[in-house]
Ligand binder design. Structure first.
Ligand SMILES: Nc1ncnc2c1ncn2[C@@H]1O[C@H](COP(=O)(O)OP(=O)(O)O)[C@@H](O)[C@H]1O
Ligand SMILES: [Mg+2]
Length: 429
C-alpha cells in the first residue's frame, strides 16, 4: 500500500551537542501527534531538531523548518494544519499579533500553537494565552522546556482524552460498515496527516487486515485477553503500521477460541489508544451485547451504515433510538446509506429512509460491485482502486463531517484578521 504524503515524512534530525537539554528527568513521552515547527534562529532550530531525535518523541511526527510565523502562514495556505505548530518570532508588538492573526486564518480550529519569543514580558504572555495560544516560551529554550510544554498541552491528565473515538456499526450484517470504516480511517490519516489508530473489534471475522493488506501476528486479542498488561508500550507493540499516519489494531480473524467478553473488556485498550492518538476509529460487528453497547456509549461519534431496505430501516431505527438514549449529550449518530441502487431490488428511497429516522444522510454510496470487489481483492482503499470515482468524493465529505474539520484549502486565503476573532486552539464543535 502506497504512502501518499511524502511531504510529511519524518526525517532523522541531527543531535546538536551544544543544545541545552535542561532537566529531562520528568519529561513524559509525547503522544502520536503531528508537530511542525517554523524557526527564526539557529539556536531554536537546533533545540527542536535535537528534541525531534529524542526517544520520547518517537511516536510523534515532527518536522523542523525555518521561516517563522510568515513561513507557516505561507505553508498552511495550501496544506492541512497539524495537531501542533511551534513558531518562533522576534517581535513582541502589534506585528506579532498581526502575523498570528494571519496564521489563525489558515489554521484548523483544533490545531494548537506554541510561540517561542525573545521577550520576557508577562503582559505579552497573558495576551497570547487569552487569545488561544497554548504556550509562550522565551528563548533561549531548553529541550526540556519545549517537551514539557508539548506533553503538558497533550497529556490526558490535563486535557481530558487526546483522541476522539469514532465508532462504526452496520444496521445489518453485510451493509458495508467495515468497508466504510476502513476507508474513513485511511481518509482521515491521508487527508489531515494526523495519526489514526483503527481497531477491528470483529475478532472472529474482521476484515481490516485484508482490506489494508496487512498480516500482523498480534493485535487487539492480545490486549483483551490480558487486560493487566495493557499500557502504551504494549499498544506500540500490537499496532501494525499501514501507512505513514495509519496504524491497525487487527482482529485475529480466526476461530481458535470463542469470543465472549465482559461489558468493559475493550475499554482499557481503547482508553490507552485515545491517550496516545488523536483519532481512534472502531469497527464494531453488527452485534448487540454488553461490550458493543459499552463501546457505543463511550463514542464521540457513532456512524451507522445501512442499506435502503426494510430490515435495515427497522434495525437502524432501534440502534439510533437506543444510542441517542445512552449518550443524550453527544452529537447525533451519522447515517451512511450504502449499496444504493442494487439492480432489481425494491428499495426505500434515501430521503424516506432518513426521514423515518429523523436524521440527515451524511453520505450516500451507490452499489458498485466492480469497484468494491476490486478494492477488496487487492487490499486497497476505494481511492486507490479508482481515484476518479465519485465515491471518493462522498467518502471525503463524510470524513469532513465526522471529524468536523474544514476542507483542505486549495488556495491561500488573503487578508488580516485579529486574533480574537478566531478560535485558535479552541475545539470546533
Ligand atoms: N457500495 C458497495 N457496493 C458494492 N459492494 C459493497 C459496497 N459496500 C460494501 N460492499 C461489499 O459488501 C461486502 C460486505 O461489506 P462489509 O464492509 O464487510 O460489511 P459489514 O461490515 O457491514 O458486515 C464486502 O464484500 C464489501 O466489499
Ligand atoms: Mg463488519
Amino acid at each position: 500500500m502506497s504512502v501518499t504524503n511524502p511531504e510529511n515524512e519524518m526525517s532523522m534530525y541531527d543531535v546538536h551537542s551544544d543544545v541545552d537539554l535542561g532537566d529531562m528527568s520528568d519529561v513524559r513521552p509525547i503522544p502520536r501527534i503531528t508537530i511542525q515547527c517554523f524557526c527564526e534562529t539557529e539556536a531554536v532550530r537546533q533545540t527542536l531538531e535535537t528534541a525531534a531525535s529524542d526517544r520520547r518523541m518517537s511516536r510523534a511526527h515532527i518536522s523542523v523548518n525555518m521561516g517563522g510565523i510568515l513561513g507557516a502562514v505561507n505553508f498552511y495556505g495550501t496544506s492541512p494544519t497539524p495537531n501542533l505548530i511551534i513558531v518562533e518570532t522576534r517581535h513582541a508588538d502589534e506585528s506579532l499579533m498581526a502575523e498570528l492573526g494571519q496564521l489563525a486564518d489558515v489554521c484548523d480550529a483544533d490545531t494548537k500553537v506554541i510561540v517561542v519569543g525573545h521577550f520576557n514580558d508577562i503582559l505579552l504572555y497573558r495576551e497570547l494565552i487569552s487569545n488561544g495560544i497554548s504556550e509562550y516560551l522565551v528563548a533561549p529554550v531548553t529541550m526540556a522546556d519545549i517537551m514539557s510544554s508539548i506533553s503538558g498541552i497533550f497529556s490526558s491528565e490535563q486535557n481530558g482524552k487526546l483522541g476522539r473515538m469514532m465508532v462504526f456499526m452496520g444496521a445489518k450484517g453485510g451493509a458495508g460498515s467495515s468497508t466504510i470504516c476502513h476507508n474513513i480511517a485511511w481518509s482521515i490519516s491521508s487527508t489531515y496527516r494526523n495519526e489514526v489508530v483503527l481497531t477491528d473489534l470483529d475478532l472472529a471475522f474482521g476484515t481490516a487486515n485484508m482490506n489494508l493488506d496487512q498480516d500482523p501476528t498480534q493485535g487487539v486479542a492480545d490486549a483483551v485477553f490480558s487486560p493487566e498488561r495493557v499500557d502504551d508500550i504494549l499498544l506500540d507493540r500490537l499496532l501494525a503500521k499501514c501507512a505513514e499516519h495509519l496504524s491497525l489494531l487487527a482482529a485475529p480473524s480466526t476461530l481458535e477460541r470463542t469470543y465472549d467478553f465482559d461489558a468493559n473488556a475493550f475499554m482499557p485498550i481503547l482508553e490507552i489508544s485515545q491517550k496516545t492518538a488523536p483519532s481512534v476509529i472502531v469497527d464494531l460487528p453488527n452485534q448487540w451485547n454488553g461490550w458493543t453497547k459499552q463501546v457505543l456509549s463511550s463514542a464521540d461519534e457513532v456512524i451507522i451504515t445501512a442499506e435502503p431496505e426494510l430490515a435495515n430501516l427497522r434495525n437502524a431505527k432501534n440502534l439510533i433510538d437506543t444510542i441517542t438514549e445512552i449518550r443524550p449529550n453527544d452529537n447525533p449518530c451519522k447515517l451512511v446509506m450504502n449499496k444504493v441502487g442494487v439492480p432489481k431490488r425494491a428499495e426505500i428511497s434515501v430521503p424516506e429512509f432518513a426521514g423515518a429516522l429523523g436524521l440527515e444522510v451524511s453520505a450516500t454510496v451507490p452499489f458498485d460491485p466492480a469497484l468494491f470487489s476490486k478494492a477488496a481483492n487487492n487490499g486497497q482503499m476505494i481511492s486507490e482502486a479508482d481515484p476518479k470515482s465519485p465515491i471518493v468524493n462522498s467518502l471525503l465529505e463524510l470524513t469532513q463531517i465526522i471529524t468536523g474539520k474544514a476542507e483542505v484549502r486549495s488556495a491561500k486565503k488573503g487578508g488580516l484578521s485579529f486574533l480574537k476573532n478566531i478560535s485558535l486552539g479552541k475545539k470546533k464543535q
